[in-house]
Design a protein around this ligand. Structure first.
Ligand SMILES: Cc1cc2nc3c(=O)[nH]c(=O)nc-3n(C[C@H](O)[C@H](O)[C@H](O)COP(=O)(O)O)c2cc1C
Length: 338
């Protein structure tokens, strides 16, 4: 099983931190779909210290989501350490994660995120400064390197370990790759060999079989799933089940997908109010609809919705028509074969 510090997860499947996605509404759904650990979206150290209302919301952890890892990012030791102290003392999170993978220019320009990947010494210095002032276990999420000429994943993982970090998550891409190309799992294997703290593998796990293959080929202790869970928490549930029982459960029906999409929307509304939540829900709704026959036809209508009732009506009408068509096709097929 996956154990980080004293915290034992019930399985090895982890929901990846995703900005704009991993708020309490989606995290709770992921939890209900069985993941062992959920990660919150990254929060800037300076925003934490500034403490505005939006940031306070980002630090909120519902009891039902636990165990939960809350990710912070920053480039200055002083503010990073202070922000970690706030997360340690004032939040219900179980683990403090430090972002060392974010590739976006706005973040790396501040010496934060993936920028650290070039300096194992800085990693050790920053992580140990944080570890010294907090009680919760500290972990790091990193990419394998800056670009293909600067891949220091083993040294970087060792730096986390020697600084007192309790686990490291490794996304098998460089910063330069952004989200292009493939995640190279070989580097996850090398990181696992380099340290004795748990290593969580990440990158391009799109099916339950991918998750099993990653665990087997890299020896990693946990598998972190990001994009494959967008609009598809069943991926998490099916992966947990596949790893435990070797059985592939069927994909959800269209109406089941819409049922969870509506639950997701209602939880977002509780969190943010209807106007903001429905706008946020537009992207989630298109993810929930992905792969359903005819979904592309209603994409534009979905992205224009302003109210809960409007969005619910669009989704429910779509699924009712789809299921009617599917039932008619089935009846035709039965008539032809009779
Ligand atoms: C929309 C989105 C937001 C993300 N936000 C974060 C973040 O806040 N912190 C972080 O460490 N990684 C973030 N990531 C990266 C993911 O955690 C993960 O490393 C990456 O998507 C690769 O995993 P996957 O192939 O399973 O998607 C984000 C990815 C996506 C797609």
């Amino acid at each position: 099983m996956l154990k980080i510090g004293d915290i034992e997860m019930k399985n090895r499947v982890v929901l990846a931190p995703m900005a704009g996605v991993c708020n309490p509404a989606f995290r709770l759904i992921a939890k209900e779909f069985g993941v062992g650990l959920v990660c919150a979206e990254m929060v800037s150290d300076k925003a934490i210290l500034h403490g505005n209302k939006r940031t306070q919301e980002m630090l909120y952890v519902d009891e039902r989501e636990k165990p939960l890892s809350l990710q912070i990012f920053g480039g200055d030791k002083e503010t990073l350490v202070e922000a970690a102290r706030v997360v340690d003392e004032q939040t219900n999170a179980d683990i403090i994660d430090i972002n060392m993978g974010c590739p976006v220019p706005k973040v790396v320009k501040c010496d934060a995120g993936a920028r650290w990947l070039l300096e194992p010494k800085k990693i050790e210095e920053m992580v140990s400064a944080v570890v010294k002032v907090v009680k919760k276990p500290v972990t790091v999420k990193m990419r394998i390197g800056w670009d293909e000429d600067h891949i220091y994943v083993e040294d970087n993982a060792k730096a986390v370990e020697s600084a007192g970090g309790k686990a490291v998550a490794v996304h098998g891409r460089t910063r330069q790759q952004m989200y292009r190309g493939h995640a190279n799992w070989e580097y996850i294997r090398l990181a696992k060999q380099a340290v004795s703290i748990p290593v969580i593998g990440n990158g391009d796990v799109f099916t339950p079989e991918d998750a099993k293959r990653m665990l087997e080929t890299t020896g990693c202790d946990g598998v972190m799933i990001g994009r494959a869970a967008l609009g598809n928490p069943w991926m998490l549930y099916r992966t947990v089940h596949y790893l435990e029982h070797g059985e592939l459960l069927p994909e959800p029906s269209p109406s089941e997908k819409i049922r969870i999409a509506l639950l997701h929307m209602d939880r977002l509304i509780n969190l943010r109010g209807e106007r903001i939540a429905v706008r946020e829900m537009r992207k989630h709704a298109t993810w929930y609809l992905k792969g359903l026959p005819g979904a592309s036809k209603i994409k534009d209508v979905v992205t224009q919705q302003e109210t809960r009732d409007g969005m619910a009506e669009v989704l429910l009408t779509f699924v009712r028509e789809l299921e009617r068509e599917q039932a008619a096709e089935q009846a035709n097929l039965q008539q032809e074969t009779a």
